[in-house]
Write a protein of this length. Sequence first.
Length: 93
Amino acid sequence: MQPLPETDVQKPVYKWHHKMFGLLAVIFLFEMGIFLIIYPWASEWDRNYFSSLPLWAQDIWMSNFLRGAISGLGVVNVYYSFVEVFRLRRFSQ
């Protein structure tokens, strides 16, 4: 078996817009995540368009299960913002 020839692998070149998009993604994901974690448990949750839905949908809207699911999406957004922060480290290398 012959050894594989060594090839020079070039690192990708990142431009300023790649870095800017990554930074904006971090900020957006983190802020949206914090909003989704906090807002379902705030008092304003009861006073919006969706709270005036028909009675059967109002019960679902006021359910703690739905609020928890939306907060769970917020946790996922915050997690992905931290993943993106560590992904941004590739720009500094």
